[in-house]
Design a protein around this ligand. Structure first.
Ligand code: SF4
Length: 619
């Protein structure tokens, strides 16, 4: 089958597993969809739009999960390590793509598949074993209840191979916790509750071993492109910082610039930041580096706290862990941050949503909305590291106040009331990652319109932060946000890593992306053609959301961003008033050719992108 596929980089085959019937089948990758959507999130959105009905229960058997690679995975192209897992999210209620790195995706291609569609629901706990052509559903009753690392260890022993790659859920996924994640070897498909979808299907794990390869039209061209891109990456100081300090490389600089979200975003400077900087982390806990397939950056750190109350061993912490369990909770101890990371992995929960839920609860406690009676005696003050860890543990176990916080800040604030929604730091239910918005209009409108909600992988503040454009002006910010959307989604469809931002972005689709895609596929894309594919991918995801009932009214920011100016530091006074946001949304929708009233793509736009089939549903 691989031999017959028209374009390089692809295997040409998908695997489909029906858990209700125990059926396993193979089917052709659609050439037209590969050309129109490339792979990853875009291909999955097209497939799920076709195969799922609107209003499907995210935790019911009708929801489908698509694990998908892209054409670059498994080749030498730098950072071609990523994979996507997509489904209707139980956390946001719309299409969600969660991206993870490591080796699992390339291994799936080496086993002979571009992607994997999971449908139905198993009667009993099961795991999927993909060993090249041999694909089996096996009982996972002995794995149910095991934490992700224990389950991986048992599976590796059982299969007799230490080098297989395993996606697995923990207790949170089994228990359908709304922001449960999937651990993939040492990495996570963290966001959007994909672990809960997997748990609802009683699918504990997917283990993969592949011994094949990926065909490209001209090996020398791929080799030379990869070499050039690697040299570019290695020469870039921003990328070098990633190697040295991991993603927390800029914690000190962000704080100095007044854009490190702190105290549940009440401010954006942290007076005790020294305890959680990349430099402190490197000195105190980091013991080694971890790389992904085809990547020399090694940005993931391996950290050990050998003894004491925060004794832990983790792959991390990443910036999001440091901001979430550090500055958001005003905890200045990197060792406590490591422990919080370990707890999240142990239970299989998204650490951004968990940390922001703890931060929200700390603010409730600070304001007297919660008392010790509510917290079970825990003194949930900002800065209390032990209280933060106890509450994270309770979220993992979904006990006491943790049961409420495991629902996330949007739902918890709806239940609690008392104006706590004002500081529930989320959009569409998904908590924000640690990238400042209030000083940056394009970032604000990008966060508000993001299909996943508070995801820093749908929008970036880099061009505004680095002064590539006038930070304060509103002019052109709708267009800038849309073009940033485009480079990010193109990477999520080709499956390149956003962290190599200077190479693939940062303000629009970079020629390097086009060169990498052309080299592996044999296409001859130019910028307008590539941009149009990205626009199609973005509109496809918007159509899915519109069909679920999402409209302009859902493109929002938390009241805190719209009403509370940053109170101090270099960005003092920055705020995004609601009326300004609405103006930016008009600018953004107009640039995209979307209807200003509904925020949905128009018939004209859909026809232009070849998405006419969605017009009945969304126009
Ligand atoms: S930059 Fe980091 S996360 Fe991205 S592919 Fe490389 S090692 Fe993996």
């Amino acid at each position: 089958m691989a031999e017959s596929f028209k374009y390089g980089g692809y295997i040409g085959q998908l695997l489909r597993v029906d858990l209700s019937k125990g059926g396993i089948s193979r089917e052709l990758l659609r050439e037209d969809w590969a050309r129109d959507f490339v792979g990853g999130a875009g291909y999955s959105a097209r497939l799920l739009y076709e195969e799922m009905k609107p209003k499907t229960d995210p935790l019911g058997p009708e929801n489908k999960m698509v694990f998908m690679t892209g054409p670059v995975n498994g080749t030498l192209i730098p950072t071609a390590s990523r994979s996507s897992v997509c489904a209707k999210s139980p956390y946001t209620g719309s299409f969600f793509h969660s991206i993870f790195g490591g080796f699992w995706g390339p291994e799936l291609k080496f086993a002979g598949y571009d992607g994997l569609i999971i449908e139905g629901e198993s009667e009993k706990p099961a795991y999927l074993w993909i060993d090249d052509d041999r694909v089996e559903l096996r009982s996972a009753e002995h794995l149910w209840g095991k934490n992700p690392f224990e389950a991986q260890e048992i599976l590796r022993k059982e299969i007799g191979d230490d080098e297989i790659h395993i996606a697995v859920i923990g207790d949170a996924g089994e228990g359908l916790a709304p922001y449960a994640m999937i651990l993939v070897d040492i990495r996570a498909a963290g966001r959007g509750g994909m672990g809960a979808v997997m748990g609802s299907k009683k699918l504990k794990a997917i283990a993969v071993r592949g011994t094949g390869s990926v065909r490209v039209p001209n090996m020398l061209r791929v080799y030379n492109t990869s070499l050039k891109l690697s040299e570019l990456m290695n020469a870039n100081p921003g990328v070098k910082g990633l190697s040295d300090y991991g993603t927390p490389r800029n914690v000190a600089a962000m704080n100095a610039g007044g854009i490190l979200p702190t105290r549940n975003w009440q401010t954006e400077t942290f007076s005790r930041v020294d305890g959680i900087t990349g430099e402190t982390m490197r000195e105190e806990v980091v013991k080694g580096n971890r790389a992904c397939f085809a990547c020399s950056v090694n940005c993931t750190k391996y950290s050990v706290v050998p003894s004491g109350p925060y004794k832990s061993v983790i792959n991390g912490p990443d910036f999001e862990t440091v901001f979430g369990f550090g500055s958001i909770c005003e905890v200045d101890d990197i060792k406590a941050v490591c422990k919080a990371d370990e707890i999240c992995d142990h239970y299989g929960i998204d650490l951004i949503s968990a940390a922001l839920s703890v931060g929200w609860a700390m603010e409730c406690y600070d304001k007297g909305i919660f008392t010790k009676e509510d917290t079970g005696g825990i003194d949930l003050r900002f800065g209390n590291a032990d209280a933060m860890l106890e509450m994270t543990e309770l979220i993992g176990r979904r006990e006491g106040l943790g049961a409420l916080l495991a629902k996330g800040t949007r739902e918890a604030s709806r239940i609690v009331g008392k104006d706590s929604y004002h500081f529930a730091m989320q959009n569409k239910g998904l908590e924000f990652a640690g990238h400042s918005a209030r000083p940056y209009p394009a970032m604000c409108v990008g966060y508000a319109t993001g299909p996943r909600g508070g995801s820093h992988h749908d929008i970036r503040n880099t061009p505004e932060k680095l002064g590539m454009v006038d930070r304060k002006t509103l002019e052109g910010k709708g267009a800038l946000a849309a073009e940033i959307n485009h480079w990010l989604i193109m990477c999520d469809c080709a499956l390149l890593c956003h962290l190599a931002e200077p190479i693939w972005g940062p303000d629009k689709i970079n020629n390097n992306v086009i060169e990498a895609l052309n080299a592996v596929t044999g296409w001859n894309l130019d910028f307008p053609q590539t941009r149009k594919i990205a626009e199609r991918q973005w509109n496809m995801i918007r159509c899915f959301a519109a069909r679920e009932g999402f409209t302009r009214a859902d493109d929002q920011l938390p009241p805190r961003f719209m009403e509370d100016p940053i109170p101090d530091g270099p960005m003092k006074g920055s705020v995004m008033p609601k009326e300004t946001l609405e103006r930016l949304k008009n600018d953004y929708y107009s640039y995209r050719g979307w209807d200003l009233e509904t925020g949905n793509p128009t018939r004209v736009k859909l026809a232009d992108l070849g998405l006419e089939f969605a017009a009945e549903d969304v126009c």
